[in-house]
Design a protein around this ligand. Structure first.
Ligand code: HEM
Length: 319
């Protein structure tokens, strides 16, 4: 299990990280993101349209949008979403449990095996002989050996679904629990929607920290970190730095100011950042239209107890 996670791009150094990253970089460009934007909007339109009335959980809606979108860009057909999301959850549960017990580890190992078979039989054939031209840039993944392809696929899957769902719910929760004027403005202004997306990412970083090892001795204030120290960079705290942001604990959808660190920085900078921003923008644009026609009433939001990640259990509204 440890060997498996250590082979993930985000937890490894060059040359493994470079090889994995370069094999699929061309699938995460702005051009490719633009080619998926119509589909992202389609998913959002469909999900909001089927909400109905009564008490509704928007955290669930966010998860469905994030999951369908991430699965689609990775070549997973819609009918397999639920199963793939279950496996993905099992891996995340292993990663976010500081001390893994035997039962949890067994479930994780089984999920890895099942995802391996699934990748070989369902996904890679769809990429090798693309059923959709937009999957062509993933060809590099199909050329890797089995273990590397599986490490890449599982990281893209888990790294894509949950943070997108988390940020979308954060944006919906903050906007619905406050001034409805924002929705009206956002509906007519894609620029304001983009700003609201950035503010949701800043306000509540889906991943709270990134681990690093120092490659040389560095001085931080009164502290000296020697070369080879393991450090944890808490990006969620940096996003609320009062020296960088005015009223950092307030959610201000039109906020101007320095970019947040929610996608990390440097060599491991989030490969899916362009795609994530695009799907969040499309979903929020559709949300602003839906809110104006449905006038939902905010009830409550509840977070999931989790280590190092922001996850929503529920966002209840009344329609
Ligand atoms: C709101 C959504 C997302 C957030 C907040 C997010 C955040 C992050 C963060 C913090 C890192 C680590 C950066 C570092 O260590 O410096 C990362 C890496 C990564 N992310 Fe994302 N991510 C998001 C969406 C996605 C999506 C949609 C995908 C792909 C489908 C993706 C794929 C990756 C990959 C492959 C890496 C590893 C990059 C490397 O190690 O070179 N992410 N992401």
């Amino acid at each position: 299990m440890e060997k498996f996670f250590n082979s993930w791009m985000v937890f490894s150094d060059p040359p493994n990280q470079t090889k994995l990253r370069e094999s699929v970089t061309s699938a995460f460009t702005r051009r490719v993101a633009d080619s998926w934007s119509g589909y992202a909007r389609e998913i959002a339109v469909k999900e909001f349209a089927r909400l109905g009335s009564g008490e509704i959980d928007l955290a669930d809606l966010s998860l469905r949008i994030a999951s369908r979108f991430t699965c689609a860009v990775l070549g997973v057909p819609e009918e397999d979403d639920e199963q793939v999301r279950l496996w993905s959850n099992e891996l995340i549960a292993c990663l976010s449990t500081p001390k893994l017990n035997a039962d949890r580890a067994r479930v994780g190992v089984r999920a890895i095996e099942q995802l391996g078979t699934y990748l070989d039989t369902r996904v890679l054939p769809r990429i090798r002989k693309p059923v959709d031209d937009r999957l062509l840039p993933l060809k590099g993944m199909a050329d890797l050996d089995h273990d590397m392809a599986l490490a890449l696929f599982t990281q893209l899957l888990t790294g894509g679904i949950d943070p997108v769902a988390s940020s979308l719910t954060t944006a919906l929760e903050r906007l619905l629990s406050s001034d409805h004027q924002d929705w009206t403005r956002m509906a007519s202004s894609p620029e304001l929607t983009d700003k609201a997306v950035e503010e949701a990412l800043r306000f509540d970083a889906p991943f709270h920290f990134v681990p690093r090892t120092t490659t040389e001795s560095i001085q931080i204030g009164d502290h000296t970190l020697s070369e080879g120290s393991r450090v944890v960079l808490v990006i969620a705290a940096a996003n609320r730095d009062p020296l960088a942001y005015q009223s950092p604990d307030e959610f201000i959808p039109s906020r101007e100011g320095p970019s947040h660190l929610s996608f990390g920085l440097g060599r491991h900078y989030c490969l899916g950042a362009i795609l994530a921003r695009m799907v969040l923008r499309e979903a929020l644009q559709e949300a602003s239209r839906w809110v104006q026609s449905s006038s939902p009433m905010y009830m409550s939001g509840e977070r999931m107890p989790a280590f190092g990640v922001s996850t929503w259990k529920r966002l209840s509204i009344l329609v």
